[in-house]
Write a new protein. Structure first.
Length: 124
């Protein structure tokens, strides 16, 4: 699926710090914890809690966020629809990576056990 240049530019310039509070709200509404959110982020990006906080304080854009990430090799197995886009069909790498994170947060917020959230992502 092709996204527009404007859509991709918007995602590229969006800061992780601006979206992170929404991730927290989303997972906490469903009884999940910030620690679980961090576990999902670390699984996908390799960023520990300290690095996540640094990126928030630096107001890193998603472009910078994913350029410095070491993406989990199984991230390409994340599939499904998020924000109206089928993840596996998104052609722009950065937009696809942001949607990977969105999908994992969504799965966590749906109340799925952590083991299943990560298994969905890694097809173990």
């Amino acid at each position: 699926m092709q996204t527009t240049k404007e859509h991709n530019d918007k995602i590229s310039k969006m800061t992780f710090a601006s979206v992170y509070p929404h991730y927290i709200t989303k997972v906490e509404k469903k009884g999940r914890t910030i620690a679980e959110l961090h576990e999902v982020i670390e699984w996908l990006t390799g960023f520990n809690e300290t690095k996540i906080q640094e990126l928030i304080e630096e107001k890193a854009t998603f472009k910078t966020f994913f350029e410095t990430a070491v993406l989990n090799p199984n991230a390409t197995l994340i599939t499904g629809v998020i924000c109206g886009y089928r993840i596996e069909e998104i052609e722009t790498p950065l937009t696809r990576q942001v949607r990977y994170l969105d999908k994992l947060v969504d799965e966590l917020a749906k109340g799925r056990p952590m083991e299943k959230v990560l298994r969905v992502a890694s097809k173990l």
